[in-house]
Design a binder for this molecule. Structure first.
Ligand code: ATP
Ligand code: MG
Length: 251
């Protein structure tokens, strides 16, 4: 049965989508079957892999009960499939709030395809709202991308509080897979300090691979490609390859 990982940070623009795409891509190159679920109405994960026609989307599966297999698309990589999101998903929050088992929508959807994949990676929007809550309830473990700046630490406390609430409520099996740093710039003293501080507090929960700031990582999605197909030798590619191996190794 496939592992379900969710990428969460309520702060915007910290690298959730970039990480989910590229970790998924490198895991798929190691012969794992991967499903990426775009659970952000912005649809960055979908467009970042060149998927522009998003009907049917995850919204249609959740709310209109369209068969999930009809909504899953191929990506430029053989073992990497995508369930895309469209802007409709922002409207789904209303439907989810009104529903009785509102935390469980995404889990119910995933149940049907879990056996077909080795890893299912869910990309969440920058909020701790009902979509992210669904992501947390549907997952085995949460991955937290962290940008190396001061406010990141304040946000982290709130995020961990939310994870605790989910653990003591709808999903007692939820684990924190780990925290990893993104967009690291070794020239700034603050970045080094934030890394040290988080490592001393969270110890082995922090992945040893650090993702550097790398312009190729920001260019790749505009070509609809994961970094391994855009420039597999750049520093960003090497880092995501290593991080994917670390994640695979942790089981
Ligand atoms: P949102 O909260 O809006 O969903 P996000 O957390 O998913 O954002 P991304 O979209 O992955 O963050 O990244 C934000 C921006 O930074 C994007 O333009 C992306 O291409 C760029 N980016 C991500 N990681 C890196 C990196 N390591 N180096 C340089 N640019 C990066
Ligand atoms: Mg995103």
């Amino acid at each position: 049965m496939g592992k379900v990982f969710v990428f969460v940070n309520q702060k915007g623009g910290v690298g959730k989508t970039t990480s989910a795409i590229n970790i998924g891509a490198y895991l798929s190159l190691k012969n794992h079957k991967i499903l990426l679920i775009d659970f952000d109405p912005q649809g960055n994960m979908s467009s970042g892999l060149g998927i522009y026609d998003r009907t049917p989307s995850v919204y249609d599966v959740l709310v209109k009960k369209v068969n999930i297999e009809k909504a899953i698309r191929k990506s430029p990589l053989k073992n990497l499939s995508v369930l895309p999101a469209s802007i409709d998903l922002s409207g789904a929050t209303v439907e989810l709030v009104e529903a009785e088992r509102r935390d469980f929508f995404l889990s119910d959807v995933i149940k049907g395809v879990r056996d077909l994949y080795d890893y299912i990676l869910i990309d969440c929007p920058p909020s701790l709202g009902i979509l992210t809550l669904n992501g947390l309830v549907a997952s085995d473990a949460v991955h937290i991308p962290l940008q190396c700046e001061y406010f990141a630490l304040e946000g982290l406390a709130l995020l961990l509080e939310t994870v605790k609430r989910v653990q003591s409520g709808s999903n007692p099996n939820l684990k924190i897979a780990g925290i990893f740093f993104t967009m690291y710039d070794p020239r700034t003293k603050l970045a080094q300090e934030v890394v040290q501080q988080v490592k001393s507090y969270f110890e082995d929960k922090v992945f040893s691979t650090i993702i550097p700031r790398n312009v190729k990582l920001s260019e790749a999605p505009s070509h609809g490609l994961p970094i391994c197909l855009y420039d597999d030798k750049c520093a960003g590619a090497l880092a995501y390859k290593k991080l994917a191996e670390e994640i695979e190794g942790r089981g």
